[in-house]
Design a protein around this ligand. Structure first.
Ligand SMILES: NC(=O)c1ccc[n+]([C@@H]2O[C@H](COP(=O)([O-])OP(=O)(O)OC[C@H]3O[C@@H](n4cnc5c(N)ncnc54)[C@H](OP(=O)(O)O)[C@@H]3O)[C@@H](O)[C@H]2O)c1
Length: 248
């Protein structure tokens, strides 16, 4: 077991699939208490039961990150059940790529609501708890697309650039409170993310790209574990990783 993970209370949004689910599994195996949020209740409840069956401690709470009060309730549930929040992982996100000329305004709004405002709601809920504890760790999920932009990815990249900027601003502000901040920017990782595309041709090309390049979601979970497991005086601020064969 990794000593600086064991016993920590870790809240994860978007824990019903992909990166969030893989992270919950790995951190639970390393002794963390995991508090799982997502809209698909049956998925997170089944995951929590599975982790408890394996000897872990876990809690599932239905959470739509576009609803500020639900994100607050997720953090409140962690505090009520386990007394504290050591790590807040703002992971929920979606990626319905399309060219701007297609005018998929509802997709743009959903990306802004989930990928940016959802992260802000997570910060708003977790920060007061961490400030009063005088310790904590906020982990935000950006992307390679938070460093680059390509055709069809303008709005998604904008949201992921925003996550990096927010993370850097947060890093500077929370120093007096002994809070660590990490922004993780993955390349292609095999999850349900390409399924969030709403245009059939885009979905097909994303599926093809992911089939060719994506690596296991455990890669992300290991990056999270690396950041958390460092001694408390070491703040891992940024991690950018790609599949070895991914050029973009
Ligand atoms: N996979 C990659 O290649 C990759 C690369 C870079 C960055 N990322 C980022 O990684 C994060 C996780 O994505 P993933 O790849 O694991 O995709 P995924 O398998 O589709 O998982 C997305 C998660 O977000 C949750 N979610 C979506 N909308 C939500 C909402 N309104 N409220 C609460 N939860 C919501 C989903 O849960 P419910 O549907 O149950 O609510 C699901 O658990 C995203 O921020 C994504 O942008 C992924």
């Amino acid at each position: 077991m990794s000593s600086n993970i064991e016993g920590k209370v870790v809240v994860i949004t978007g824990a019903s699939s992909g990166l969030g689910e893989a992270t919950a599994r790995l951190l639970s195996a390393q002794g963390a208490v995991v508090v799982l949020g997502a809209r698909r209740t049956e998925r997170i409840e089944a995951l929590a039961q599975e982790l408890i069956g394996l000897g872990g401690r876990a809690l599932a709470q239905t959470t739509d990150v576009t609803k500020r009060e639900q994100v607050q309730a997720l953090v409140d549930a962690a505090v009520q059940s386990f007394g504290r929040v050591d790590v807040m992982i703002n992971n929920a996100g979606l990626m319905p790529h399309s060219l701007l000329e297609r005018g998929k305004v509802e997709d743009w709004e959903r990306m802004i609501d989930v990928n940016i405002k959802g992260v802000l709601y997570g910060i708003a809920a977790a920060l007061p708890v961490m400030q009063s504890q005088k310790s904590g760790h906020v982990i935000n999920v950006s992307s390679v697309a938070g460093h680059k932009v390509g055709p069809g990815g303008a709005v998604y990249s904008a949201t992921k650039h925003a996550v990096r900027v927010l993370s850097e601003g947060l890093r500077q502000e929370v120093k007096p409170h002994n809070i660590r901040t990490t922004v993780i920017s993955p390349g292609a990782v095999a999850t349900e993310l390409p399924g969030s595309a709403t245009e059939a041709d885009v979905a097909k090309s994303l599926q093809d790209f992911y089939a060719a390049y994506a690596i296991s979601a455990d890669s992300f979970a290991r990056a999270v574990a690396f950041a958390i497991s460092q001694p408390e005086d070491m703040d891992v601020n940024e991690i950018l990783f790609r599949p070895t064969r991914q050029e973009y």
